[in-house]
Write a protein that binds this ligand. Structure first.
Ligand SMILES: Nc1nc2c(c(=O)[nH]1)N[C@H]1C(S)=C(S)[C@@H](COP(=O)(O)O)O[C@H]1N2
Ligand SMILES: [Mo]
Length: 456
């Protein structure tokens, strides 16, 4: 038995399809649903660390949460994931002002995500906020309010305006708003899509203070030919080639005029940290965060859709007609992503948490958000989605805020459980069980979040 226990956990680590086939008694490649019974059930129980009260509902074709990648290293060593089977531990970010426990996805450019259990604050603290750079990280700017922003292109009066003047001349606004990378959830795509392998932590929700972009654009006077913005910042391309931009995206004018689109100099009441684009960035909520330019130097108002670095082709684009996962790309079937999908996460307990034997009531906490529509409901399940109960979701502070939620579940006995959360947006669109809408660069994956816990 010992050999088989280890091999099932190991198999899920190396070759999940074979692990699945072994546990559920299916032949690899067969689509027939197998059953978790007999030897398969015993091996699964051993691999996840305990009896599985809802084993009848455990679905084939889904890697058990205890064995899936993304188990945070900071959580108590899950006996649910034996050493032999545990995925290679992720590398952690070591950066001034950032909390221990952020996961380093890349260091050139610097990219780090926040594991779900570290998104447990109502407002994401700066030290826990994810980081996504496309180019070099600029040297911190030390003259604060002397930072100059240019607005030109399809405007009556091109502006060169210092941060100090922005603060003086325009009305200040503070909104708590989600910022989320377009690639958040990418690691859930099958087959793997290219890019940083985010789980759910390429997102955070902070209090952003600044002035409405609309007010500043109106003071420059938009021409009737203005259709799109184009952002430029101070960060250099990774290659050091000064003729190339690290990134230069933009949005349709209507999005730039939305009252929550802000030119921002403060985050959670602090001067905007350099790593988050200080002293000045733009925040355009609801869109992939790549349009929320950091170290903002210039907004060009364009008479056509902006064509800067990161616009067009497969960049920040999803398939119009569903494409075969991993299949050949047809650029004419791609459209630029202008909205983020609905997502719910469990922020407490952490994946891999072990609870005392006899625990029968368990409090869950989390967050749920989407792009432009708003979250209408959040549900949780402890039986692999066979039954659901509604969570209590707090009202958002303002449009584009996330909704914090709580729920209490009753566990019938000791053993291995998966806690599942599913958020639904106000158009009735709920999160899928597995990532759908595969696209070459892996945008918009929003499968339900699952957390493994072991009682006893
Ligand atoms: N100038 C500049 N702005 C940028 C980027 C960048 O590389 N350079 N990255 C974008 C992307 S892809 C994301 S997800 C967000 C990340 O913001 P954060 O690092 O403050 O979390 O910034 C956006 N703004
Ligand atoms: Mo991003």
């Amino acid at each position: 038995m010992g050999k088989q226990e280890r091999s099932l956990g190991e198999l899920y680590g190396d070759d999940p399809e074979r692990g699945d086939a072994l546990a559920f008694g299916r032949r690899t490649g067969s689509s027939r649903r197998g059953f978790l019974g007999g030897a398969g059930l015993a091996a699964m129980g051993a691999a996840v660390g305990g009896a599985i009260p809802f084993s009848d509902q455990m679905p084939a074709g889904l890697i058990p949460a205890a064995l899936a990648q993304g188990t945070p290293p900071a959580s108590p060593a899950p006996s649910a994931a034996p050493a032999a089977a545990a995925p290679k531990g992720p590398q952690l970010l070591d950066f001034p002002g950032k909390a221990k426990g952020l996961i380093l996805l890349g260091d050139r450019p610097l990219v780090a995500e926040t594991p779900e259990h570290m998104l447990d604050d109502d407002t994401t603290p700066i030290e826990k906020f994810y980081v996504r750079n496309n180019g070099q990280t600029p040297e911190p700017f030390t003259e604060g309010d002397a930072w100059e922003l240019t607005i030109d292109g399809e405007v009556n009066t091109p502006l060169k305006i210092k941060l100090g003047e922005l603060k003086q001349k325009f009305t200040h606004k503070t909104f708590r708003m989600v910022l989320e990378c377009g690639g958040n959830g990418r690691s859930f795509f099958q087959p793997q899509a290219r890019g940083n392998q985010w789980t759910n932590g390429g997102a955070g929700c902070a209090e952003w203070t600044g002035v409405p972009l609309a007010d500043v654009l109106q003071s420059a006077g938009l021409k009737s030919t203005a259709v799109h913005t184009g952002n430029y910042g101070a960060d250099q391309h990774l290659s050091g080639d000064a003729t190339k931009d690290a990134i230069s995206r933009g949005v349709p004018i209507a999005a730039a005029l939305e009252p929550h689109a802000l030119l921002v100099w403060a985050m959670n009441g602090q001067p905007l940290p350099a790593i988050h684009g200080g002293p000045l960035r733009v925040i355009i909520p609801g869109f992939p965060a790549s349009v929320s330019h950091k170290w903002l130097k210039r907004i060009a108002i364009r008479d056509k859709v902006h064509d800067g670095q990161g616009m067009g082709g497969t960049s920040y684009s999803v398939a119009i007609k569903p494409m075969i996962p991993g299949g050949k790309t047809d650029d004419s079937n791609m459209r630029t992503m202008t909205d983020m999908p609905v997502r719910g996460i469990i922020t407490n307990p952490a994946n891999g948490t072990r609870l005392a034997a006899g625990t029968r009531k368990l409090a869950l906490r989390g967050a749920a958000w989407d792009g432009h529509e708003g979250v209408s409901r959040v549900d949780v399940s402890i039986d692999f989605g066979a039954t659901w109960q509604p969570a209590k979701a707090a009202e958002p502070k303002n449009r584009y805020d996330w909704r914090r939620w709580t729920a209490e579940v009753e566990l019938p006995s000791d053993g291995y459980y998966e806690l599942w959360v599913r958020a639904t947006d106000s158009k009735g669109r709920a999160q899928p069980h597995v990532a759908g809408g595969w696209n070459p660069q892996g945008y918009g994956a929003n499968p339900m979040h699952r957390v493994a816990v072991l009682v006893g």
